[in-house]
Design a protein around this ligand. Sequence first.
Ligand SMILES: [Zn+2]
Ligand SMILES: [Zn+2]
Ligand SMILES: [Zn+2]
Length: 141
Amino acid sequence: MEKNKYINRLEKQDIKPTAIRLLVLEAISNKKEIFSLLELEAELGTIDKSTLFRTLTLFQQHMVVHSIDDGSGAIKYSVCSSNCNCSISDTHAHFYCLHCYKTFCLDKVAVPDLKIPDNLVPISINLVIKGFCEECKKFAT
Ligand SMILES: [Zn+2]
Ligand SMILES: [Zn+2]
Ligand SMILES: [Zn+2]
């Protein structure tokens, strides 16, 4: 039952559900927070880093995860909602905490309708708000 859910999700996104992909999808689906490749590697010790990276890249191309460049130097990933097309209109803002260095999806905060010149073809937008999270706001000055 649980397993079928993950198989369906991959097939829906045109990904062949191999054992490793299912393992990775299950691990990331249970995450509440954004994760980096390193964190996932530490968790899934049995899968080597390059396989993991290839899997995440595939997931990203097929809109299972989106990546966030929060400026910390490491690309972070988060699972997309099931109806996400990863288009600019599906893109939401992210929040990066300057104290605990956690990054959050702000699912409800859409990227504003930016007036981009007609001669340009935008593919993605990276909107990261930096500040202090709920836990850390006592450190804000
Ligand atoms: Zn997406
Ligand atoms: Zn924080
Ligand atoms: Zn997000």
